[in-house]
Each structure stands twice: as structure tokens, then as C-alpha cells.
Design a protein around this ligand. Structure first.
Ligand code: HEM
Ligand code: HEM
Length: 274
């Protein structure tokens, strides 16, 4: 893989930034706020930032770059699709639980729903993400979808996936700022209390995580290679071994066969559609 060490440095940074974001979110609600609970009060609201940052930011980011991990290139594409789709499903589930928490909190406290820009953009992102997931399953996982349709939809899938991810990062920043403005009373936000500085750092971590993930997901030379290119590299000894995963030739899905039937789509740079 070209720039393997740089890739590892980016991956380590992404994991560190993502992990720190989750830890900061937890420390915020446990140390500075009312903790976690499910009682219609603030402790229930607190699940909202924790689950959004864990699921919709951290896990979604990992799901996006999972195809690019070079040690998974010896695994079948079908297995990688299951992992990609599985991680996105976990992210969506956590986002939905997090929405239930905030709607339940608002209803219990007689606070109106869906009045803020944060809530409009946030709910739109969750709905589009659910649509992307369903379309992804139908188009790329079900064996009967024609290869031509997969080829046509792949660039849209990648673009809309990255757009939703970027929107989620922006939504998280809006939510964090709103919450600080609402809840810092004794020392107001403008006087920079410790909590505000801590949570501003959380915002910076989230932006940095998003930036690293987007960079990794948009480098053409870090893309998962074609199965046949990968096998040629293996044969001429370019440093890959096949220990943990089964042979990509033995794919359980129709991927391999479909790609062999339609090598043209691979050559035109659309090889990820399979
Ligand atoms: C409310 C989505 C992250 C703070 C809401 C609502 C939605 C939403 C749809 C409306 C709930 C209602 O009207 O009952 C999202 C999404 C996020 C996200 C998709 C993805 C990252 C965050 C984060 C915070 C936060 C990290 C930080 C504390 C708030 C606050 C409200 C709220 C304070 C209540 C006020 C309002 O409706 O704007 N969020 N949220 N959100 N969220 Fe988020
Ligand atoms: C690739 C996002 C669900 C199949 C991608 C990429 C993104 C993305 C950003 C580009 C990654 C890269 O270039 O390395 C999403 C989002 C989803 C989702 C946000 C859910 C909300 C699914 C599902 C499937 C799927 C359910 C079905 C298996 C694929 C395939 C690729 C891909 C086959 C091409 C990977 C490659 O060959 O490089 N997805 N995806 N996606 N996704 Fe998804």
C-alpha cells in the first residue's frame, strides 16, 4: 500500500480523537452535569450527547473507513460489506435511542419539540442516514441488484455518506453550543467557566476526528484494491499474507462473479460498486 505508515498515523489519530471525544462527552455529563438516568429529567437528556457522539460520530466514522484497512483486503468483499453495514446499523440504533431520550425529556418538561436549527438539521440527518442504510442494503448487499445500477449509484452513495457525516459533525457542534448557553448560569458562557472550556475542547476534538476521517476516506490510493489486482500483488510478493480471512475467490456473495462478468466497471474507476 502506498503511504502505509502515513495511513497508520492517520488511523491512530482517528482512533485517539474519536475515543477522546467519547471520554470527554462522558466526563461532561458525569462530572459537570447531572449524570445519566432515565427519569424524564436532565439525566435522561444527557444520554443524547453521549449516544450521539459515541454512535453517530465515532462509530459512523469507523464504519466509513473500514474498507480502507489494508489488513482487511484479504477478506471477502461480502464480509466487509457486512461489517460496514453492521457498524452503520449500530450507529443508527444509538442515534435513535438518543433521540428518544431528548424527545422524552422535552415532553416530560413541557419544552417544545423541533424549534431549533440544531433539531431541524439533526432530524434531517438521521432520516437521510436511515434512507442511506436501507438503499445501501438493497443496492449493494442483495444479490439480485444489477451491476449497472450498483455502478451508477456508488459515487452517489459515497458522496451522500460523506455529506451526512459532515452534517452530523456540524449538528453536534450546534448542540454543544446550545447546551452550554442554556445551562451555564452561575458563571455565564461568556466568562469562560471551566466547563465551557472543557466542552469547547470536546468540539475541537470532534472537528479534528471528522477531518481525519474525511481525509482517509477521500485518498484514492488508500482505496481497497480490486480483488484481481490484490491477488496479483500477493502472487508477486508485495507483502500481504492470507492468514485470518478466507480467499476472496470464495466469496459467498455474487460480488466476485458479477465483477468478472463486468470488468469494465472496475476499469472505469467504479470498481467499488460490487
Ligand atoms: C435536541 C439531533 C447532537 C444538544 C435535538 C433534537 C434533535 C437533535 C432532532 C430535537 C429534539 C426535540 O425537539 O425534542 C441531534 C443530532 C446530533 C445531536 C442528529 C448528532 C450529533 C447533540 C449534541 C448535543 C446536543 C452533541 C450536546 C449537548 C441538544 C439540545 C437539544 C437537542 C440541548 C434541545 C434543544 C433543541 O431542540 O435544540 N437534537 N443532536 N445534541 N440537542 Fe441534539
Ligand atoms: C462505501 C457510507 C451503508 C456498501 C461507502 C463510502 C461511504 C459510505 C462514505 C466510501 C468509503 C470509501 O471510499 O472507502 C455509508 C453510510 C451508510 C452506508 C453513511 C449508512 C447509513 C452501506 C450499506 C452497504 C454499503 C448498508 C451494503 C453493503 C458500500 C460499498 C462501498 C461503500 C460496497 C464501496 C467500498 C469500496 O469498494 O471502497 N459507504 N454506507 N454501504 N459502501 Fe456504504
Amino acid at each position: 500500500m502506498e503511504g502505509y505508515k502515513l495511513f497508520l498515523a492517520f488511523l491512530a489519530s482517528a482512533l485517539l480523537l474519536g475515543f477522546l471525544s467519547v471520554v470527554f462527552a462522558l466526563l461532561w455529563v458525569l462530572h459537570y452535569r447531572e449524570g445519566l438516568g432515565w427519569n424524564g429529567g436532565s439525566a435522561e437528556f444527557n444520554w443524547h450527547p453521549v449516544l450521539m457522539i459515541t454512535g453517530f460520530v465515532f462509530i459512523q466514522g469507523i464504519a466509513i473507513i473500514v474498507y480502507r484497512l489494508p489488513w482487511t483486503w484479504k477478506c471477502s468483499k461480502f464480509l466487509m460489506k457486512l461489517i460496514h453495514a453492521g457498524l452503520h446499523t449500530i450507529a443508527l440504533t444509538l442515534a435513535i435511542i438518543s433521540l428518544v431520550a431528548v424527545f422524552d425529556f422535552h415532553n416530560a418538561q413541557n419544552i417544545p419539540n423541533m424549534y431549533s436549527l440544531h433539531s431541524w438539521i439533526g432530524l434531517t440527518a438521521v432520516i437521510l442516514y436511515a434512507l442511506q442504510l436501507v438503499l445501501g442494503f438493497v443496492v449493494f448487499l442483495l444479490p439480485f441488484t444489477p451491476t449497472s445500477l450498483r455502478t451508477a449509484l456508488m459515487p452517489i452513495h459515497t458522496y451522500s455518506g460523506l455529506l451526512i457525516f459532515g452534517t452530523v459533525i456540524a449538528t453536534a457542534l450546534m448542540g454543544i453550543t446550545e447546551k452550554l448557553i442554556f445551562s451555564l448560569n452561575i458563571i455565564p458562557y461568556r466568562d469562560s467557566p471551566k466547563e465551557a472550556i472543557f466542552v469547547n475542547v470536546l468540539g475541537v476534538l470532534i472537528v479534528a476526528y471528522g477531518a481525519v476521517i474525511m481525509w482517509m476516506a477521500t485518498r484514492p490510493h488508500w482505496k481497497r484494491p480490486l480483488e484481481h489486482v490484490f491477488q496479483t500483488h500477493q502472487r508477486i510478493g508485495e507483502g500481504f499474507s492470507e492468514e485470518d480471512c478466507h480467499n476472496p475467490d470464495l466469496e459467498i456473495s455474487s460480488d466476485g462473479a458479477a465483477r468478472k462478468r463486468n470488468p469494465k466497471s472496475d476499469e472505469t474507476g467504479q470498481r467499488s460498486t460490487m
